[in-house]
Design a binder for this molecule. Structure first.
Ligand code: NAD
Length: 265
């Protein structure tokens, strides 16, 4: 299916690895120019090289990058200094650490809220009115299945991301944006095989005295698909939400979790 977005410009945050990279790659395959943001220059340069060398990337597709912390004002300013009018924005940053809520102080909470709630809101604020004026815009926020089915040790994530989810539910439904072909949706990963989940598995292994491999096997066995997801699968879902065909889908929370969420709704 031609997604009808070739030639658009996308900002993809947290894009040097994992799910962000999967989104950047899927968009590039669709002919979308991509600007990748991540903090570490080495991993970011490697990601850019790999996209430029990707045989499925149409030759006209430009790949740019900014090494910055997207959760800071300075980081966002650096991105918008390089390029301003994005058609597509994929918001993403590292998830907060797992732990026991008794150990989290105000600073830990502010850091989580900054990264996983306020940063996407700032990016939305900086871009949606321009998108509306141009008659096309797609925002996809990478959140987590923990928004629908909370995970006990990820309280910082459960809390901060729920705040973002509530905000998006309201703003996406404003006629000023929805009628101007600007959609805002959240993409909720279940368990995907990335560096991030490796950290979660290591924490669980420490807690339970099992090996990381045992934890991984047990966790995969609890998913109806009996495996972790791939970043390519996640990227494909993101690209569809960014497509022309998805213009009537807004304010939604799309789970991509191999059937793990146990509810009907
Ligand atoms: P990852 O650790 O594999 O990759 C994270 C990427 O974001 C890296 O490129 C990193 O450099 C970049 N990054 C982190 N903090 C940044 C910042 N402040 N500014 C700019 N770039 C930053 O993680 P992932 O598995 O791809 O997860 C992406 C998001 O999805 C995270 O928020 C994570 O908590 C969430 N999530 C992941 C899973 C999963 O199974 N992998 C499940 C639920 C939620």
């Amino acid at each position: 299916m031609d997604l009808g977005i070739a030639g658009k410009w996308a900002l993809v945050c947290g894009a040097s690895k994992g799910l962000g990279f999967g989104c950047a790659q899927a968009l590039a395959h669709e002919g979308v120019h991509v600007l990748l943001v991540a903090r570490g220059a080495d991993a970011l340069n490697a990601a850019v090289d790999s996209l430029r060398a990707d045989p499925l990337r149409p030759a006209a597709v430009q790949v740019e990058s900014v090494a910055a912390d997207i959760t800071t004002e300075a980081g966002r300013a650096a991105v918008f200094a390089q390029r301003r009018d994005f058609d597509i924005i994929v918001t993403n940053a590292g998830g907060p650490p797992p732990g026991d809520f008794r150990d989290w102080d105000r600073e830990a909470w502010i850091k989580a809220v900054d990264a996983n709630m306020l940063t996407p809101i700032e990016l939305i604020k900086a871009s949606v009115d321009g998108m509306a004026a141009r008659g096309f815009g797609r925002i996809v926020n990478i959140t987590s299945s923990s928004v629908k089915a909370p995970i006990d040790i990820l309280g910082l994530s459960n809390g901060a991301r729920s705040g973002l989810t509530g905000f998006v539910a309201g703003v996406a439904r404003t006629a000023r944006l929805a009628s101007a072909n600007v959609t805002i949706n959240n993409l909720l990963p279940g368990k995907f095989d990335t560096d991030r989940i490796a950290v979660t598995f290591e924490a669980a292994a420490k807690r339970t005295g099992k090996t990381v491999e045992e934890v991984r096997k047990t966790q995969a066995g609890m998913i109806p698909a009996q495996r972790l997801g791939t970043r390519e699968e996640f990227g494909a879902a993101c690209a569809f939400l960014c497509s022309q065909q998805a213009s009537y889908i807004t304010g939604q929370n799309l789970l991509t979790d191999g059937g793990a969420y146990p509810g009907t709704y």
